[in-house]
Design a protein around this ligand. Structure first.
Ligand code: SAH
Length: 243
């Protein structure tokens, strides 16, 4: 037997609004699907990123939801975008290059320093078992956390702290990615890698950096330079000092 439940006027209005919001989000997703596929082909595949897990992650994460509404139409462009607090979401290709360099496996636990918009963490979360991400600006940390919950990224663990110290309690990690420019290679982070672990970090001055990849093996460190890049400053105890 079915029972009719009469909703009061206010509840009906709220439910209608929710339905409309959901429909709007679905429509918007459709609109951005084409742009996302075009981004993957022309910016990522065309420049030599071949790792299937990385490509599939880029096809799935709705990048337009990681920028403010005013910037949605530019979200799939070949450039970084402002996310507030003078910080930026990186250009899609650089996110792809760094992600591929981490040589991820599906059982990996990965640490990210610099949550920012949360986009890089979401890409990682599509590929690995669990992502730990640290952000030192409270408003960005809160925004990203809310978005992860909304998009059901339950394998992302967030922390509001100075990430230059890593995340000792959860270490060691299979891979660590730093998404802000460091003055030098952060020793603390190398020590939080497993044997066989990988660290990718932009190192240089405050205007330009080199993307450095560290491979830790039997206590030895192997270092390669992946080329020039430009990131906002890594600020903290083992980074740049706040001005
Ligand atoms: N991965 C981000 C890019 C963010 S830009 C994305 O996908 O959007 C770099 C971020 O690093 C900024 O949000 C900045 O506040 C943060 N950051 C800088 N120094 C930090 C530190 N010591 N610990 C944690 N986050 C830091």
């Amino acid at each position: 037997m079915t029972k009719t439940i009469w909703l009061d006027r206010k509840t009906t209005l709220i439910m209608r609004k929710r339905l409309a919001e959901n429909a709007a989000m679905k429509n918007a997703s459709k609109k951005y699907e084409g742009k996302r596929e075009e981004m993957v082909r022309s910016q990522i595949e065309a420049r030599g990123i071949r790792e299937p897990g990385v490509l599939s992650a880029f096809r799935q994460v709705p990048r337009h939801l990681f920028v403010s509404e005013a910037l949605r139409d530019q979200a799939y462009g070949d450039y970084p975008l402002p996310i507030g607090e003078q910080q930026t979401i990186s250009q899609p290709y650089i996110v792809a290059e760094m992600t591929q360099a981490l040589e991820l496996g599906q059982d990996d636990r990965v640490l990210e320093i610099g949550t920012g918009s949360g986009y890089q963490a979401a890409i990682l979360a599509q590929i690995v078992y669990r992502v730990y991400t640290v952000e030192r600006r409270r408003s960005l940390y809160m925004q990203a956390r809310t978005l992860f919950d909304k998009l059901h990224y339950h394998n992302i663990v967030t922390k509001y702290a100075d990430g230059t110290k890593g995340w000792q309690a959860e270490s060691p990690f299979d891979a660590i990615i730093v998404t802000a420019g460091a003055p030098e290679i952060p020793e603390v982070l190398i020590n939080q890698l497993v044997e066989g672990g990988r660290l990718v970090v932009p190192v240089g001055n405050q205007h330009t950096q080199e993307l450095i990849k560290i491979y830790r093996e039997k206590g030895n460190i192997q270092q390669t330079n992946l080329g020039g890049c430009r990131f906002v400053k890594l600020v903290g105890e083992h980074g740049w000092k706040e001005q």
